[in-house]
Design a protein around this ligand. Structure first.
Ligand code: PLP
Length: 395
């Protein structure tokens, strides 16, 4: 009889977004006509930039003509897309060979698929609070999980602990949900730890475009030694509003070897077996993000979100509420006032201000007592939310 992956039985039900939608639905049913101020979403709200739309339309038209039609695409990425991404890295001083970059249909897909490279008998280190998919993907893969809590005392940016043996290390910087970023020195300590332990870092750079402090690395490959221990997973979802359009990229340096195997070569073998590449239409649209006009256009949208974050931070500053994030990230991670629990604060915000946020407890138990505000909402709603937050928190 067929044997099923028993690890699925170990998955904990994720009540976070289900509970949020149940509670907000109930509120709307009891208060018909209410306009909710949605600061809970991790999705973008602005449309694709004009430059991207133009390229997507052009790519569709190309498919209508024999001379420009594309059939199967190279599994690891079209030359025009990979060279566009490569120039983006080069502009920040990161030298990659073009074939070290792989196109993807987004970071979520890659964070799950990449686990194919690693045996079941491995331990994943997950710094919490964390993006919930890290834990679930490792449960499905049958890995042991070490939950590494972080907190206000280390700014939600933990240092390696030599006494912990881990094989896979997740680093998300800028972080979802805390908005915290790892400094160059902190990343160097993790790179040294991974090289010493023979571990692999999975560096999630989904929010790199929000970094504004010059000193903060956008890529793990800005750190010496990372080429022998890290894989970087990036996405155009937040950079360019591709959450529904889907395109991203992954970097695996040729120098990354473990157990006598070259991970880059393994990934080529994986991609050429398990995918037939990403649509040429999407890759042409995505390549437009990296042109000077594309960069200018996507930056304009990012600035709208960054301005939302500023408005929210200003409200929290006025009320003397502790938070991190917001400056180099689209998320603000605030301490719930008056020692409230994160669901308790969720209810209070919803009932008294009609603001919907995300309770920190949903990102790991050390998130209890904290709350995530997202800057991806509508600008006018965010201004209104900031005004209501000020009123509530000053009470
Ligand atoms: N990584 C982090 C930290 C995220 O927050 C998200 C999405 O919210 C993703 C990855 C997934 O992004 P994508 O849309 O590229 O699958």
């Amino acid at each position: 009889m067929i044997k099923m992956n028993q690890h699925y039985k170990e998955l904990k039900s994720s009540y976070l977004f289900y509970n949020i939608s149940q509670k907000t639905q109930q509120y709307c049913d009891e208060h018909p006509g209410t306009h909710l101020l949605k600061l809970g979403i991790g999705d973008v709200t602005l449309p694709l930039a004009g430059e991207v739309i133009k390229a997507l339309h052009g790519a569709v038209d190309d498919q209508a003509e024999k001379e420009t039609f594309s059939g199967y695409m190279p599994e690891c990425g079209a030359d025009y897309f990979l060279s566009a991404v490569n120039s983006y890295y080069q502009a920040r001083g990161v030298q990659l060979a073009q074939d070290e970059i792989f196109v993807s249909s987004g970071a979520s897909d890659e964070l799950g698929d990449i686990l194919d490279l690693f045996a079941e008998d491995n331990t994943a280190l997950i710094m919490e609070p964390a993006y919930p998919a890290y834990v679930d993907a490792n449960v499905m893969a049958g890995h042991r999980i070490v939950h590494m809590p972080s907190g206000r005392e280390n700014g939600f940016v933990p240092d390696p602990d030599e006494s912990i043996d881990a094989d896979l290390i997740y680093i998300c910087s800028p972080n979802n949900p805390t908005g915290a970023v790892f400094s160059r020195e902190q990343l160097k300590r993790w790179v040294d730890y991974a090289n010493t332990k023979g571990a692999v870092i999975l560096f999630d750079a989904a929010y790199e475009c929000f970094i504004e402090d010059e000193a903060i690395p956008h890529s793990i490959f800005e750190i010496e030694g990372a080429r022998t221990c890290a894989i970087e997973i990036c996405s155009l979802s937040k950079t360019a509003g591709f959450t529904g359009t889907r395109c991203g990229y992954t970097v695996i340096p040729r120098d990354l070897e473990r157990g006598g195997m070259v991970l880059h070569d393994m990934w080529i073998r994986n991609r050429t077996t398990k995918t037939n590449g990403i649509s040429c239409i999407l890759q042409k649209g995505a390549a437009a993000v990296f042109t000077p006009a594309g960069q200018k256009a996507v930056r304009e949208n990012i600035m709208v979100y960054k301005n939302n974050a500023k408005v929210l931070m200003e409200a929290l500053d006025t009320c003397g509420i502790w938070y991190c994030g917001g400056k180099n990230a689209p998320y603000i991670w605030m301490k719930c006032p008056d020692g409230a629990g994160s669901w308790e604060f969720f209810d209070r915000l919803l009932q008294e201000t009609q603001i919907v946020g995300t309770p920190g407890e949903g990102f790991g138990s050390c998130g209890e007592g904290y709350f995530r505000l997202s800057s991806f909402g509508d600008a006018e709603d965010t201004r209104e939310a900031a005004a209501r937050l000020k009123k509530l928190l000053k009470k």
